[in-house]
Ligand binder design. Structure first.
Ligand code: ASN
Ligand code: ZN
Ligand code: CA
Length: 334
């Protein structure tokens, strides 16, 4: 009998062939990521009950087929998403898990029948994924996994209330780090982009759920702050903060990254010069974990990110501080 941390191989739906952290117990492998707090991936087998479900196990540590019809495939994507998000936070910010206590959350796939959503829950400390329309498009893409896991991080740091302007900032935080995780992975099947949910085809026409360069492209999100912003659904009031993050990273105007073309406008006619994704993410992370609170609104998010830029890169004279101010002005936050 043998027991220990292993490295398996999986064929995912969205991210090609990936290596997976697994555990061998006796002669059976399980999707238990021993190197990352023991993160487990469970099968809900179309149930919507509140239980975790059945832990995925396998005889030879090779998982999935790359087709949604194989029940392990969505589990491969979910486990890969969880491990990549863990690695992003650990290797970028030194954060060890959602609570920074070294402990894992867990994932549940095949939730419900043709369920078209994915969600984080504070009560189970877990992420749950439906199989999407016709049970053929599980919502287990890398950016969605990073998005959902980041809800856990937000909940355990700033605690941004999930309504009004703070709710929009909460959603944007998940889009920002879901995107950062996707770029971090540099997976050739799913290279980084500033689109959210481009792999899961929820709209059925190949368009993504959200666009960070110009949020209004989704038909609902706001590009810039206005006094009515807090009345929107949080997935739309996230727009100005997503747009801020794009502008701060990449700057305004036209740009092509990993084959995707963007054209980011500014609400004040200014030209914004980006400081790069890594610095923009570091500023947002520091603001989230040190300066934002449950009631932070857009004006306070501006102050929090300026404080973070100042602490990381220098005060009012620094390029980074000035870029943060310029990017907020470009989305009508002053
Ligand atoms: N996928 C959505 C989200 O993470 C789920 C929801 O709105 N409850 O925001
Ligand atoms: Zn969300
Ligand atoms: Ca994406």
């Amino acid at each position: 009998e043998y027991q220990g941390i292993e490295t398996g191989s999986g064929k995912s739906l969205y991210s090609g062939t990936v290596t997976l952290g697994t555990t061998l117990s006796g002669s059976t492998y399980s999707l238990t990521d021993g190197g990352r707090g023991g993160h487990k991936t469970y099968d809900k087998a179309r149930s919507t009950s509140s239980s975790a479900g059945t832990l995925f196990t396998d005889a030879d540590d090779t998982w999935g087929t790359g087709a949604a019809s194989n029940s392990q495939t969505a589990a491969v994507d979910a486990a890969y998403g969880a491990q990549t998000t863990w690695d992003y936070y650990k290797n970028t910010f030194g954060r060890s898990g959602i609570k920074n206590d070294g402990k894992a959350a867990y994932s549940r796939v095949h939730y419900g029948n043709a369920y078209v959503n994915a969600f984080w829950s504070d009560s189970c400390f877990c992420m749950t994924y439906g199989d999407g329309e016709g049970n053929t498009k599980p919502l287990t893409s890398l950016d969605v996994a990073g998005h959902e896991m980041t809800h856990g991080v937000t909940s355990n740091t700033a605690g941004l209330n999930y309504s009004g302007e703070s709710g929009g900032l909460n959603e944007a935080t998940s889009d920002i780090f879901g995107t950062a995780v996707e770029f971090y992975a540099a997976n050739s099947s799913d290279p980084g982009d500033y689109l959210i949910g481009e792999k899961i085809d929820i709209n059925g026409d190949g368009t993504p759920l959200r666009y960070m360069d110009k949020p209004s492209k989704d038909g609902n999100s706001a590009d810039a702050w206005s006094s009515s912003l807090g009345g929107l659904d949080v997935h739309y009031s996230s727009g100005p903060a997503n747009h801020f993050f794009y502008l701060l990273s990449e700057g305004s105007g036209a740009k092509t990254i990993n084959g995707v073309s963007y054209n980011s406008p500014t609400s004040n006619g200014s030209t914004v010069t980006g400081i790069g994704r890594a610095k923009a993410a570091a500023i947002w992370y520091k603001a989230l974990t040190e300066y934002m609170t449950s009631t932070t609104n857009y004006k306070a998010a501006r102050t929090a990110t300026l404080s973070a830029a100042s602490a990381l890169y220098g005060g009012t004279g620094s390029t980074e501080y000035k870029a943060v101010a310029a990017a907020w002005s470009a989305v009508n936050v002053s």
